[in-house]
Write a protein that binds this ligand. Structure first.
Ligand SMILES: [Zn+2]
Length: 199
């Protein structure tokens, strides 16, 4: 069984003013260094806390790349959780699990006209290699078994439920459309069956 290794207070957000805690774990299914960021001690609430599983995207999270919406989704999550509390599970599975270098190879193929899923397939990977078992392990290490999940992705819902986490409510995210990521978002909807509401 996984357990918390360290729990450290810090402040986050663009102005570094939102109090939160960052937690590391031991005993997770892989040795990936996943972390949880907890806002307003949401793990100690009796009610089901808001949870977001965010898979690392170096290009989007750090550089706010035009190719995806990950950075904007992360900002939206932090903003929302700074108000209502919540648990952000930041999962170190870059590029839907194929890794950063492979993701950059996939970007080259996307520049030649493939969509995000076709490009991964062309490189010999399945659509999505992510596994949310460790996310369930992390929640259990926090004594959280029932949540409200922020996602548009039905696969995340099913996956987490299959690992024994009860989902009381699903909360959608906004559509972060910008120049350069339109086709990426369209592919998420048409191929990945994401429930994304475009304005
Ligand atoms: Zn991204």
């Amino acid at each position: 069984m996984a357990k918390v290794r360290a729990r450290v207070a810090f402040k986050v957000g663009k102005a570094s003013h939102i109090p939160a805690e960052i937690l590391s774990f031991e005993g997770l299914a892989t040795d990936k260094e996943h972390v949880a960021v907890i806002f307003k001690q949401a793990d100690s609430e009796k009610a089901a806390p808001l949870v977001r599983m965010h898979s690392e995207c170096l290009t989007g999270d750090v550089f706010h790349s035009s190719r995806c919406d990950c950075g904007e989704q992360l900002d939206e999550t932090i903003e929302r959780m700074s108000e209502s509390g919540g648990i952000l599970l930041y999962l170190r599975q870059e590029g839907r699990g194929i890794g950063l270098y492979n993701k950059l190879d996939a970007y080259r193929l996307q520049s030649q006209g493939m969509n995000t899923y076709e490009a991964n397939n062309h490189l010999g990977f399945d659509d999505d290699l992510r596994d949310f078992k460790e996310a369930a392990q992390m929640l259990r290490a926090l004594n959280v078994e029932k949540i409200k999940l922020i996602t548009n992705n039905p696969r995340k819902i099913n996956d987490l439920q299959s690992h024994g986490i009860e989902i009381e409510e699903v909360v959608g995210t906004r559509a972060h459309v910008k120049e350069g990521n339109e086709s990426y978002l369209q592919a998420k909807v048409s191929h990945g069956k994401h429930k994304l509401q475009f304005d």
